[in-house]
Design a protein around this ligand. Structure first.
Ligand SMILES: [Ca+2]
Ligand SMILES: [Ca+2]
Length: 231
């Protein structure tokens, strides 16, 4: 624990360091520092020699306000909440007029949390909900926020309707056959005539009309199919 230092004309003339003092959260430390010696008290919580936060030394200071965190999701957007893999997730946190952000945490299930240390990449296809919150150095914890999004892959993405039995009047989509899923596809795609590409799209569009509750899912795929086929 660093107690005080005396600096005169830019030179350190005295410092007082006390180490290994047993403290608990209820421990009250009283420091006597004259105004000439320090304006702020630097606090090194983890003892690594670098200040973690500072508080004014000569005015009453308290912080009961939790930090605020914003999430930034960057990636190629397919629709409002659907992205093409991969997606970069970045958190920006601040503790306005406060003691400072100690940590930002995030979780994919709201139960298992990990400390945020920098932009994290999510590339696996699927539906996600990311929970996040920050804590300041005084232990004020932000109310957990969350955002949901879906990641789709360009590979195995454009799906062609197959075995869609219109002629019997049932209008049931029996299965979707993935026709664009690897490098070979890209060659095939380039050999598709515009009419061929349009045929895939129109068949998707027709299928979507009869899918019902899953239509958002397939509408997102249709949007990406259009992007791919218009390249
Ligand atoms: Ca430190
Ligand atoms: Ca605060």
């Amino acid at each position: 624990m660093f107690i005080s230092e005396e600096v005169k004309v830019g030179q350190l003339v005295e410092s007082n360091i006390v180490e290994n003092i047993p403290v608990a959260t209820a421990t009250v430390a009283t420091l006597s520092i004259s105004p000439e010696k320090a304006d702020v008290i630097e606090v090194d919580v983890d003892g690594n020699g670098e200040s973690d936060y500072s508080v004014p030394a000569f005015e009453s200071f308290n912080d009961i306000q939790a930090p605020t965190t914003q999430i930034d999701i960057s990636g190629q957007k397919v629709s409002e909440k659907t992205y093409l893999s991969p997606v970069n997730v970045t958190f920006l946190s601040e503790d306005v007029n406060g003691v400072g952000v100690q940590k930002t945490e995030y979780s994919f299930d709201g139960e298992n949390w990990q400390d945020y240390s920098g932009t994290t990449t999510v590339s696996e296809e699927g539906e996600y909900t990311i929970y996040y919150r920050s804590t300041d150095w005084f232990g004020n914890v932000e109310e957990t926020k969350s955002v949901s999004f879906e990641i789709v892959s360009a590979r195995g993405f454009v799906e062609e309707v197959s075995d869609w039995a219109e002629e019997n009047g049932s209008k049931q989509l029996e299965r979707m056959l993935v026709t664009i899923q690897d490098d070979k596809y890209w060659q095939d795609r380039n050999s598709l005539s515009k009419a061929g590409g349009k045929s895939v799209l129109s068949r998707l569009e027709n299928a979507i009309k009869f899918i019902g509750e899953d239509s958002d899912y397939y509408t997102a795929r249709l949007e990406l199919a259009k992007q791919i086929l218009s390249q």
